[in-house]
Design a protein around this ligand. Sequence first.
Ligand code: ADP
Ligand code: MG
Length: 323
Amino acid sequence: MALGEFALIARYFSAVGAARADVRVGVGDDAAVLQCPPDAQLVAAIDTLVEGVHFPAGSAPQSIGHRALAVNLSDLAAMGARPAWALLALTLPRAEERWLEDFARGFDALARRHDLALVGGDTTRGPLCVSVQVLGFAPQGRILLRGGARLGDALYVTGHPGDAACGLGLEQGTLAGVAAEDAQYLRARFLYPEPRVEWGTWLIGRASACIDVSDGLLGDAAKLAAASACGVQLDVERLPLSGALRRACGAEQALRFALSGGDDYELLFTVPQPRVAHFEQEAAAGAIACSRIGTLCAGGPAQLRRAGNVIEFSHSGYDHFAL
Ligand code: ADP
Ligand code: MG
């Protein structure tokens, strides 16, 4: 028997994520009632995933549930905010129990790891589309912004950019002949990105500016630089390409994935020169896994250097409305 809308919500979405004392009214009434801490600033973000645009048609529902939340947590991480609550607007072609169960499981597992409660949403019928809004907190006046960098600041990226774009290629069957272990790692980097929430909160007071890499490293670096009224120089030999990525597609294609691939959900941030030595000591001691890849400079927007020489690169990143 087909599941009705209200039974569906009650069964799959009434107890998703962590139980939080600051949720006065959660799923079930006309709206959620949430208690904000008195000394924090509320930070809000929303992102939509459309089937066939943000994930291939027929993707595993557990991955869709994970990613729909992860891409939003990544936006909070980029601000240095700690997540608290989420709302989920789900449009489905049909109410398939197995699909809903797996989708909710993917969302729930990530939500619990970040102590986040699902407090409401909307469920409608139509082409598969998942919209998640997240709300979180950051200490008053200390939020990380894109526009805080200054000339000479050092530019860092967390993790290994490019893996996710290669993983998507594997999912779509446009790449083949990759060793099983590498393929599994790269696919997981697309299907289950890890939002850098802990690192983002740690960067408060250390980074001068921050953005998350969702549309390609080069384009997102240019956005951070432009918001900071600077340019940026990237040294391509400093890009932290994973071994799996290099083995899967060779050095040049790996570079292309890392610079313009998208879907990384790593943090790209700047540290003022006087703080660099201390920052790198803390990073080396295990506070954050990141690599220095460039410097904020005059002019703009983004310049690539190889062995000290400027090189050309045309793919700047993903733009839904680019012609
Ligand atoms: P209304 O018609 O008043 O907007 P709904 O029937 O859409 O209410 O939703 C009933 C309750 O279920 C509300 O608390 C709403 O926030 C919640 N809800 C609906 N869909 C979802 C969903 N996909 N995930 C979480 N909560 C949901
Ligand atoms: Mg209502």
